[in-house]
Design a protein around this ligand. Structure first.
Ligand code: MN
Length: 427
């Protein structure tokens, strides 16, 4: 697929720092707000946040047949519903307007005033109104590590794992935009085997390094999305921290799976990178043996080379990068996840969020959770400030970053998913 905006040779007249997550080839979508003014649909090039509703008002998108009021919203759902013909069209027109050779806005400071904001002056909101949230469990390394710790090291992977993209239905009400503080969850845990459970603040609060995709097209009940067509139903991707309370999780999860150990908070990055912007970063997924059933088989490269990092920043302390992973380690692709999700006729809706599951690689420093990095608390991590971490402390900030690199060497970044942990309340 040849997409105008993806052209690696494009340059912009806006200032873009080397290694910016937002070169002119990215053009993600988000919801921005300046002061008390109404929120608007925005994109970003370098550190410039671009008001797309204001651009529409100056007739920039008149060649596209859509309702420009969908850009005058506090979420992307109505714009996404206009279809990829429109959203990709907007991306292409933005690319043209901010091309280094285009003088229309470049040479008109008055126009720029109504359209451009510095990223630091803007508040980003949660990009979509999320109906349903599903969390998968698609990293083989993560599933193996957790199986070794909680069950049987010799049979770490359960028998279904290599046949099914395992997942569970999560909760959308507690998905938060990056920058929102996280309150340490309280709950029931079993500190000592054989003794009664206790109630209190979680002592094993963890992050899960994940990515999320946002559904871009509705299906009807009874419809099943074909694996090879699934990307047409994916609008774009964000970073996703699926905060987890391991002690609550371990006590509650049998037999029905994750519940209060998971549903207290998840952090989403605010810029949604369209899946088409990642086209140049496609890579093959790990070899699948045994071969999945036909409804899960795909042709072509369906994984993406997206480098991922996690920092822990203690209060008044320096950041320590505790994890370097990559989205391409996923055993089950997003296409397979969506095909599996709908194979029984379950309908999906625009704005639904599907998260990947913790993305761990083979190396110990690529594990996507503290549970694995500090191996259930047995190998504490040394922080830059000299302290140690087995899990996440009160007042720690967890920052996730991610960026795809295309075959032409263009960086298509996601920005950050940031959350600071506050002490538990009212114990
Ligand atoms: Mn998860």
């Amino acid at each position: 697929m040849q997409i105008y905006a993806n052209n690696p040779n494009h340059k912009t007249w806006l200032e873009v720092e080397e290694n910016s997550d937002f070169p002119i080839q990215n053009i993600p979508f988000g919801i921005a707000k300046v002061g008390d003014k109404p929120p608007f649909v925005a994109t970003r090039i370098g550190d410039a946040v671009i008001n797309l509703y204001a651009l529409a008002k100056m007739t920039a998108f008149d060649s596209l047949p859509f309702d420009v009021e969908t850009l005058n919203r506090d979420n992307l759902n109505d714009l996404i519903a206009e279809g990829k013909g429109i959203t990709l069209g907007i991306r292409d027109l933005v690319s043209q307007l901010f091309n280094i050779q285009n003088p229309v806005i470049r040479d008109n400071p008055f126009l720029q005033m109504g359209i451009l904001h510095e990223a630091k002056d803007v508040t980003m909101l949660l990009p979509v109104k999320i109906g349903d949230y599903t969390d998968f469990y698609s990293s083989r390394e993560h599933a193996t590590n957790v199986g070794m710790m909680f069950r049987d090291p010799k049979n770490a992977l359960l028998p279904n794992w290599l046949h099914i993209p395992v997942g569970y239905h999560g909760r959308s009400s507690s998905i938060l935009v990056s920058g929102t503080n996280i309150i340490r969850p309280k709950g029931q845990t079993l500190p000592k085997e054989g003794e009664p459970p206790v109630f209190g603040a979680s002592a094993r609060l963890d992050f899960e390094l994940e990515m999320a995709f946002i559904v871009g097209k509705n299906t009807q009940l009874g419809d099943s999305i074909k694996a090879n067509e699934a990307e047409n139903y994916i609008f774009g991707l964000t970073l996703f921290n699926d905060w987890s309370a391991r002690d609550i999780q371990q006590w509650e999860y049998v037999p029905l799976g994750p519940f209060l150990g998971k549903n207290f908070a998840s952090t989403m990055s605010p810029w949604v990178v369209m899946i088409e912007a990642l086209d140049g970063a496609r890579v093959a997924q790990p070899t699948q043996e045994p071969q999945p059933l036909p409804y899960l088989q795909t042709t072509g490269d369906k994984n993406y080379n997206i480098a991922l990092e996690v920092d822990i920043v203690p209060e008044n302390g320096a950041a320590t990068t505790v994890c370097k992973s990559n989205f391409q380690y996923m055993y089950w692709s997003m296409s397979q996840q969506l095909a599996h999700h709908t194979v029984n006729g379950c309908n999906v809706r625009i704005g639904d969020v599907c998260a990947s599951g913790t993305i761990s690689g083979k190396d110990e420093n690529s594990y996507g959770s503290m549970l694995e990095l500090a191996w259930k608390g047995t190998k504490p991590l040394k922080m830059a400030d000299g302290t140690e971490r087995k899990f996440i402390n009160d007042n720690d900030t967890v920052t996730m970053r991610g960026w795809a690199t295309t075959q032409e060497g263009i960086r298509i970044g996601f920005g950050e998913a940031v959350g600071k942990v506050l002490p538990a309340t009212d114990l």
